[in-house]
Design a protein around this ligand. Structure first.
Ligand code: PLP
Length: 111
């Protein structure tokens, strides 16, 4: 990469058009990878409620929350600092509600 370092890992799930979603195990692994690489982790969940039948959304927010409150991580201030400052979740109304004209999006972050 010519000496340049990635600054962030960006995930999109559910995927458009396949609807593929990442397992909680995979989401947790992404958190660990981003932590090890010291990059931001951005989970774009703009299709969060546009699911196929029988699909259940596993949001990065849930995995992130579980990690943040896991007693095992309580004393690991570096890891907690990473979770607090470098994990972000984005979404918007344009896809799930079909109102792209309104240009409304959001980011959930503690940073
Ligand atoms: C994957 C994905 N994320 C985010 C956006 C941004 O959506 P908008 O600018 O309509 O809020 C788009 C728009 O095409 C998209 O395809």
């Amino acid at each position: 990469m010519n000496g340049s370092r990635p600054k962030a890992l960006m995930l999109l799930q559910p995927n458009n058009p396949t609807g593929r979603m990442l397992s909680d195990k995979c989401l947790k692994r992404c958190i660990q990878w981003a932590y090890e690489m010291d990059v931001h982790l951005i989970s774009n969940e703009i299709y969060a409620i546009s699911l196929y039948e029988k699909q259940k959304m596993m949001s990065m927010a849930q995995v992130w929350y579980d990690e943040l409150n896991n007693k095992k991580n309580a004393k690991d201030l570096k890891y907690k600092g990473f979770l607090t400052n470098q994990v972000h979740i984005t979404g918007g109304l344009s896809k799930d509600f079909g109102i792209n004209g309104f240009r409304i999006g959001f980011i959930y972050t503690r940073n």
